[in-house]
Design a protein around this ligand. Structure first.
Ligand SMILES: Cc1cc2nc3c(=O)[nH]c(=O)nc-3n(C[C@H](O)[C@H](O)[C@H](O)COP(=O)(O)OP(=O)(O)OC[C@H]3O[C@@H](n4cnc5c(N)ncnc54)[C@H](O)[C@@H]3O)c2cc1C
Length: 491
């Protein structure tokens, strides 16, 4: 084991959104030698952040507050501000509490939401460009776009752009990024203070010493053994939507020095994706395998039965739990069925898939590898249960089925207009919810409920925020808030 002898100011483990926000923040607060370790080779750098949609959930009081983030919005989307509803702190909190069944850690949630706007402005000042998230969350009504609450802004060129911008900014600020370098173990002095990291890199095994260490190296979503251990069946064979490098290393290293686990270790973010998606994220396809327009259609399993209230809520409040629900159906597979009344509402991402198409519902069912007789009965019963009313994709329109054991609560229209299409879907894992406990200064807390001196955590590694479900766009915001905080405190 070699050691360079140099003492770094801040050593960051990881090079995604959280880690690079921490690195840039540490430099801003005066740390001179800041090094970020990236386990991946340069060509595969950037973690889940690269694969993400770049969506940022931000609390704001007036549509006008978004101007510093998207100064060109009116030019890109005429009438932009007129279509945006304010999303104050209280609504963000209400959403987070609702989707997590009240289990989100109140102190962490307060920090995340309370600092979301200020942190987004900080990102913009650092040089992170943003744009209206048109293809992700906007529905065109007449001449204006209506937006899903709080999910209005994304990084320019999505996750690919966000990751590239963070690397550019970090390098410009003098942060050194070491590729192909995996952190393996935390180093402690006799007082228990974390004083560095043992790494495996291009030069073999090495010990790097630093005044503070920030862990921003993701969850355990890409580790099948840990998925089996904590999430159980059938998660060991789930497709991974993003990076193959988030294998729980940071969580293991932190727990080896006594870090206190926090949050839902049996939970994860998992979405409906194309059943033919590759086993790990594809650098070019990124998040385009997502299939999130199910609120406008009907979802059946291989038994030909519905198993989820497709219209429970807007997609951004249900998609992160639906992947797991599909994965737990027989064969881990389902079909999203739409008619021609709504196909213009399907997200552009559906174009990356090949649907079955037919001119009658019966002919469509004939083409699907499922229990066809049961599926025909399901669709007939669904069509018979639809009630009259006005369909409106911009609000929870209350257009619900009547008399079904499993209702569709909103956006329920008859499947009656050809052509009909069916998209095969499975559940892909995005990231895991279990993490370590951190203080409101991003310090890692020990099993003795004291802070572990010299150790900070951010991003997916922070446990406690999400349980069972998650409001879309919160992962990157959490990474930025806790990354910025961890970097500043470590400096
Ligand atoms: C397909 C997809 C779409 C998504 N879309 C969105 C979205 O639109 N909005 C949103 O808010 N969230 C989205 N998410 C979630 C979001 O991407 C993550 O929450 C966020 O990127 C996590 O950031 P992070 O910095 O914690 O982790 P990552 O970005 O995953 O970074 C972890 C880093 O640690 C490195 N690493 C791992 N182990 C080691 C080790 N031992 N040593 C050194 N380095 C290591 C990895 O290589 C990587 O660089 C999406 C995720 C996916 C996969």
């Amino acid at each position: 084991m070699s050691s360079s002898g140099e003492i770094l100011d801040v050593l960051i483990v990881g090079a995604g959104n959280a880690a690079l926000a921490a690195a840039v923040s540490a430099r801003e607060q005066g740390a001179r030698r800041v090094v970020a370790l990236e386990k991946a080779p340069r060509a595969l750098r950037g973690g889940n952040t690269h694969y993400s949609g770049g969506l940022l959930r931000i609390a704001f009081d007036r549509a006008d507050d978004l101007r510093p983030l998207v100064p060109d919005a009116e030019r890109e989307v005429p009438g932009f501000y007129a279509g945006v509803e304010p999303y104050p702190h209280r609504l963000f909190m209400a959403d987070l509490l609702r989707v997590t069944d009240g289990r989100t850690d109140p102190e962490l949630a307060e920090l995340l939401i309370g600092r979301s706007y200020d942190t987004a402005c900080w990102m913009a000042r650092q040089g992170i460009e943003m744009e209206p998230a048109v293809s992700l969350s906007a529905v065109k009504v007449g001449d204006t776009f209506k937006w899903s609450p709080g999910a209005v802004i994304r990084a320019r060129h999505e996750g690919v752009g966000l990751s590239a911008m963070w690397f550019r900014i970090a390098e410009r600020q003098g942060v050194e990024v070491r590729y192909d370098t995996a952190a393996e173990r935390l180093l402690q002095d006799r007082t228990g203070r974390v004083v560095g990291v043992a790494v495996r890199g291009p030069n073999g095994l090495e010990e790097l010493t630093a005044r503070a260490v920030v862990l921003g190296c993701g969850g355990f979503e890409a580790n099948p053994e840990w998925r089996a251990r904590y999430l159980g069946r059938p998660w060991d064979h789930a497709k991974v939507r993003g990076t193959r490098y988030n294998t729980g290393d940071g969580l293991r290293m932190a727990m080896e020095v006594g870090a206190l686990p926090h949050g839902q270790w049996t939970g994860c973010h998992s979405t409906p994706i194309d059943a033919d998606a590759p086993p790990h994220g594809d650098r070019k396809l990124t998040d385009k395998t997502n299939r999130l327009s199910y609120p406008y259609g009907v979802l059946v399993n291989s038994r030909g039965q519905r198993f989820f209230d497709e219209g429970e809520d807007f997609q951004f409040y249900t998609y992160a739990k639906l992947g797991g629900i599909i994965l737990n159906e027989p064969g881990g597979i389902g079909w999203q069925i739409f008619d021609a009344k709504v196909t213009h509402l399907l997200e552009g991402r559906y174009q990356t898939g090949t649907p079955q198409v037919a001119h009658t519902l019966e002919a469509l069912v004939e083409k699907l590898p499922l229990d066809r007789a049961a599926c025909r009965r399901t669709l007939e019963a669904y069509n018979a249960a639809v009630t009259p009313g006005r369909f409106d994709p911009t609000v929870r329109d209350g257009l619900a089925t009547r008399g079904l054991t499993l209702a569709k609560s909103n956006w329920a229209q008859r499947l009656d207009t050809p052509p009909f299409v069916a998209y095969p879907v499975t559940g892909g894992i995005t990231f895991t919810f279990g993490g370590v406990r951190v203080t409101n200064r991003a310090q890692v807390v020990s099993m003795s409920w004291a802070v572990i001196p010299g150790l900070y955590a951010c991003g997916e590694m922070v446990g406690g925020l999400f349980h069972g479900n998650y409001p879309g766009g919160t992962g990157l915001m959490s990474g930025a808030v806790f990354g910025r905080l961890a970097g500043a405190e470590a400096a």
